[in-house]
Write a protein that binds this ligand. Structure first.
Ligand SMILES: *[C@@H]1O[C@H](CO)[C@@H](O)[C@H](O)[C@H]1NC(C)=O
Ligand SMILES: *[C@@H]1O[C@H](CO)[C@@H](O)[C@H](O)[C@H]1NC(C)=O
Ligand SMILES: *[C@@H]1O[C@H](CO)[C@@H](O)[C@H](O)[C@H]1NC(C)=O
Ligand SMILES: *[C@@H]1O[C@H](CO)[C@@H](O)[C@H](O)[C@H]1NC(C)=O
Ligand SMILES: *[C@@H]1O[C@H](CO)[C@@H](O)[C@H](O)[C@H]1NC(C)=O
Ligand SMILES: *[C@@H]1O[C@H](CO)[C@@H](O)[C@H](O)[C@H]1NC(C)=O
Ligand SMILES: *[C@@H]1O[C@H](CO)[C@@H](O)[C@H](O)[C@H]1NC(C)=O
Ligand SMILES: [Zn+2]
Length: 925
């Protein structure tokens, strides 16, 4: 199949390569689409020949004189004899025509040279017929399938995924986000199917010639970018829900999964309604459909009015989905619906500002979840998780600014990363906290209203927010949002702030520099200056709720940091803590005395007087500083040792994240025994407090505690703490002995991943087969995901080897969208690591064919490997592999650079800290 596709492309290229000088990556600006009329006939009668054809009629306004129409088209067959062009703006609709066409394959341009010059001010109508196979990759207009268990037959459906640059695979168009236009979409299909698109159905009528086929025309859409267009032909069922405001809301899934739609059908409308209040702008479309697609490349896609999801991100089953799955689901739905305003109503001009879409949607989703489910404490949870992620990713020299130049499609794909999402979200939250509720909301509303149905860039948002902030006095008149925010969005990285107190003068000197993991980088190269809002509190005051800045770190015109002195601090017997509730993305290091005071409070019954988010902050900061040598491990371990009292999720999450990085290196070293002993001692009290993995105790019902319990159980079983393994094995035995294991599962939902994993690790070949059969029979995506990852826990080399092969078998039973996650699970296994590394190195060519042309998946294969490599020799081996595989890895350069840097910092850690860390551990055993 792959080679056929390649041949097609090669053929069309040889026809007429553009010989013109126009080789810029953006479309020429001489024309602007005004409206699209898109008719598509989808034919899915024959599995061997799933295809579509259609015509697109584009009304185009000329802005300058031009003799060509340049638009995007990729992998489409265009019957050039049928193309028509005419002028429609004046009476008489004079005919124009096309003399010749060319393609520019580098930029996916399709160029039509016109008979007569197009003149500014005139409107033209271009008619283009096209046809293609339904794509086999998960982009463009593509096929997906599921097995109907009653008929035991594979059912095919069609669906679109256009972001960022795949509308051009489905129809010729001006495929840049700035070219917004209304769309009238008409779908033709066999009448046994349902057709859905962004807008509601206008009318359905029989096909003029094909028996049993219909044409369904949808209402004209509002002006929108091509990447938000969506349509599908399927035989799914739906669950309706209705908002009081009147928006029709439906949740779609394959018929056998329709009972898993209830939760999304309830949550979606609630959060949509909340956003209408939050933004003060009504949802502009008459309906929303959300649909669970069996094969889907990302988690979800916010197409306006027709939101698409993987099954795991939309379908919920009370019997199979865990608390974590449920919260992830709500988070995804809340994120996509936030895009209906941020992204769909107001869209970035160009992909450089993709963070405006993603950062905002990520942040606003946590507001939405907090509103609908306050008991989840999503704001806190999300903000701490995001910070933990960016403190890691953005401490690499090979990271990048939130806002970055984009010239080729692979760079767009690489920008859908933690920097756009998590760092974007963190800086939006920072603004929210320093501006306060009123200016933040007023500024946003005026931005959304001003640019509705249009495009904007970050400057436009800064203007609206500055205006609101000056009006309310939330920001001094000599400060602008632009000055502050440019330092966060245009610079890579984040700062560490050194706080050096003068205990007699009761002051503190603050300095900043970029925080980097690579300790070989000299002071001079740690440049950069950030405008940092400084909130802080003292041991006496303990006012962690006040997150508005008491002072700012400032930068002068040449971008140098101005030192800051804080006055009126307490005396030598009281600590201070900066960055209340982690309100901005920076780390804080203190002098020895302040750390000593903090350690005393943490290790006392008063530890809770430090806010839970700041307890997580102290753990994360001190462990990073110890890693990079700015603190002693003795000090760090004194901070951590308070955890034997800790009962809350976030500090543990911070600790586990950090321990994981050390653990995957240390477990390969001769002194691992001391770390094992230390972790056992650290975790046993919390494991016992949470009653282990004994689910008969119903006292633990708070969502946070349920999440904590799964997390703790995971570590407890890995370190064979208490009865964790024996309990797990006994749950599993009980399940295996059930006559109908697909109906009855006695394993408590929140422990399934740890129970399955432990049982596969300790179990027999039959246990593996048993679980594999459950995977094949499972009807709930969340359960399938849990099983897929657990099957990678085997310690049998042959079993893991076979699983790697199953995983990359194009005809195998693991869907392509899940293969990176399965690979990660195998590579994270202590035995699987070396196998996975070798497998990737030996098979990089076939793996790259497997993912062709969506190479971005390959970026996900690297981190679990680089996390575990820590010798110079292996660093060089990895580096050689990367340079030898340039061809296969060229689209994921960012990921390969980051992996190499991670390995380098592991090598540094080993060389600097291995002995020190081992001896520090001894004191705590
Ligand atoms: C699309 O295919 C159908 C059926 O094969 C055919 O009748 C129709 O003319 C085609 N339309 C276009 C625009 O090529
Ligand atoms: C098409 O027209 C634009 C605008 O006049 C021009 O900049 C561009 O070079 C032309 N493209 C080709 C391939 O000639
Ligand atoms: C379903 O069909 C496949 C082949 O089409 C066959 O191998 C399998 O045994 C069938 N399963 C059942 C439960 O009938
Ligand atoms: C901050 O403190 C650390 C550790 O004492 C030191 O290495 C670093 O140079 C200091 N940075 C600044 C900007 O003062
Ligand atoms: C801080 O805010 C929380 C939640 O709103 C509240 O429960 C608590 O009492 C506040 N603490 C102080 C010291 O104001
Ligand atoms: C900014 O501060 C640096 C360091 O203090 C200094 O060298 C530079 O001259 C200052 N620039 C301006 C424009 O004040
Ligand atoms: C689990 O809880 C039940 C009821 O509280 C108790 O009888 C049983 O002993 C507990 N098991 C373990 C291993 O703690
Ligand atoms: Zn998004």
């Amino acid at each position: 199949m792959e080679w056929l596709l390649l041949l097609c492309v090669a053929l069309s290229l040889s026809l007429a390569r553009a010989n013109s000088s126009y080789d810029y990556f953006r479309l020429p600006t001489a024309l602007r689409p005004q409206k699209y009329d898109l008719r598509i006939l989808t034919i899915m009668e024959n599995v061997e020949d799933l295809r579509f054809n259609g015509t697109v009629k584009i009304q185009i306004e000329a802005l300058q004189n031009t003799k060509n129409i340049t638009l995007h088209s990729k992998d489409l067959t265009i019957d050039e004899s049928q193309i028509t062009l005419r002028q429609i703006s004046d009476e008489g609709s004079p005919e124009n025509c096309i003399t010749s066409t060319e393609v520019n394959p580098t930029h996916d341009f399709y160029i039509l040279n016109t008979c007569q010059e197009l003149l500014p001010g005139h409107i033209y109508e271009l008619n283009l017929p096209f046809s293609a196979k339904l794509q086999e990759q998960l982009a463009g207009y593509y096929r997906s399938s599921y097995v109907d268990p009653v008929a035991n037959k594979t059912r095919w459906i069609s669906i679109t995924q256009f972001e960022p640059a795949s509308a051009r695979l489905a129809f010729p168009c001006f495929d840049e986000p700035g070219y917004k236009a209304p769309f009238v979409i008409t779908l033709g299909y066999h009448k046994k199917f349902t057709g859905l698109s962004n807008m509601p159905v206008k009318e359905t009528k029989p096909h003029e010639s094909l028996p049993d086929y219909v044409w369904t025309e949808f209402e004209e859409s509002l002006p929108m970018s091509t990447y938000l267009v969506a349509y599908t032909v399927n035989d799914f069922s739906f669950k309706p829900s209705t908002l009081p405001s009147g928006t029709l809301f439906r949740t779609w899934a394959r018929p056998n999964a329709i009972d898993q739609c209830d939760y999304a059908a309830e949550f979606g409308p609630k959060v949509l309604q909340y956003y209408e209040e939050l933004f003060g702008i009504k949802f502009p479309l008459p309906k929303v459909d959300q649909i669970a697609v069996p094969d889907f490349s990302s988690g979800a896609m916010e197409n306006w009015g027709l939101v698409t999801y993987t099954e795991g991100a939309l379908l919920y089953s009370a019997e199979y989905s865990s608390q974590g799955d449920k919260q992830d689901l709500a988070n995804t739905v809340a994120h996509e619906l936030a895009h209906q305003w941020f992204g769909n109503l107001v869209t970035m001009n160009w992909w450089t500002d993709i963070w405006l879409n993603e950062g905002f949607a990520t942040y606003v989703a946590s507001l939405g979840m907090e509103n609908v489910h306050p008991e989840w404490r999503s704001m806190q949870f999300q903000s701490v998780s995001n910070m933990l992620t960016i403190f890691q990713k953005d401490s690499l020299e090979s990271s990048h600014p939130i806002s970055r130049p984009i010239e080729v499609v692979s760079q767009i794909s690489e920008s859908f990363d933690e920097i756009s999402y998590e760092k974007g979200s963190s800086v939006v939250r920072m603004m929210h906290l320093f501006l306060g509720e009123e200016s933040f909301r007023t500024g946003l509303k005026s931005y959304l209203e001003k640019y509705a149905y249009k495009n904007a860039e970050q400057e436009n948002l800064w203007e609206s927010l500055t205006e609101a902030a000056h009006k309310t006095g939330a920001l001094p008149k000599d400060y602008t949002i632009k000055t502050i925010m440019d330092s966060w969005t245009l610079q890579t990285g984040y700062p560490v702030i050194n706080v050096t107190r003068d205990y007699t003068a009761r002051t503190a000197e603050l300095t900043q520099e970029r925080y980097l993991l690579n300790t070989n980088i000299s002071r001079e190269h740690r440049d950069g200056c950030w405008w940092v809002p400084l909130s802080y509190t003292t041991q006496e005051e303990k006012d962690f709720n006040n997150t508005s800045p008491k002072a700012w770190m400032e930068c002068n015109e040449t971008g140098d940091s101005l030192p800051r002195t804080i006055k009126d601090l307490p005396g030598p017997d009281q600590w201070v803590i900066f960055n209340n509730q982690l309100s901005a993305p920076y780390k804080v290091n203190y002098d020895a005395q302040n750390w000593k005071l903090l350690i005393e409070t943490l290790n006392s019954d008063e530890y809770q007087t430090i806010h839970v988010v700041n307890r997580a902050q102290l753990i994360d900061d001190v462990l990073y500083f110890a890693w990079t040598g700015e603190q002693q491990y003795d000090v760090a371990l004194q901070v951590i040792s308070y955890l034997h009292r800790e009962r809350e999720l976030l500090p543990w999450k911070a600790a586990f994240d950090n321990l994981r990085s050390i653990n995957v290196i240390f477990r390969q070293m001769p002194n691992f025994r001391s770390l094992k002993g230390y972790i056992k001692k650290l975790i046993t009290p919390i494991y016992e407090h949470l009653n282990g993995i004994n689910d008969t105790d119903l006292s633990i019902q708070h969502p946070d505690q349920i999440l904590l319990r799964s997390m703790v159980a995971n570590w407890a079983c890995t370190y064979q703490i208490s009865d964790c393994e024996s309990q797990s094995l006994s749950y599993f035995r009980k399940w295996r002995s059930d006559v109908n294991p697909d109906e009855n599962n006695p394993v408590p939902i929140s422990f399934r991943s740890v129970v399955y994993c432990t049982s596969i690790k300790r179990g027999s070949d039959e246990d593996w087969e048993f679980l594999w059969t459950r995977y094949q029979k499972a009807n709930v995506a969340n359960e399938k995901e849990t099983i897929m990852d657990s099957l990678a826990c085997s310690l049998e080399v042959w079993q893991l080897q076979r699983y790697l092969e199953i995983n990359f078998d194009p005809k195998g039973e693991i869907r392509k969208q899940d293969s990176a996650s399965v690979f990660q699970s195998i590579a994270s296994n202590k035995i699987g690591f070396l196998l996975a590394k070798k497998y990737l190195m030996d098979n990089v060519v076939s793996i790259s064919k497997f993912y062709h042309p969506q190479y971005e998946y390959m970026a996900e294969l690297l981190p679990p490997l680089s996390d575990q490599i820590f010798t110079r020799k292996d660093y060089h081996e990895f580096k050689t592999f990367i340079s030898k595989s340039k061809e296969q890895l060229k689209d994921i350069e960012q990921a390969t650079n980051q992996s190499l840097e991670i390995i380098l910092t592991n090598v540094q850690w080993k060389e600097r800290n291995y002995e020190k860390f081992t001896s520090a551990l001894q004191k705590f055993l």
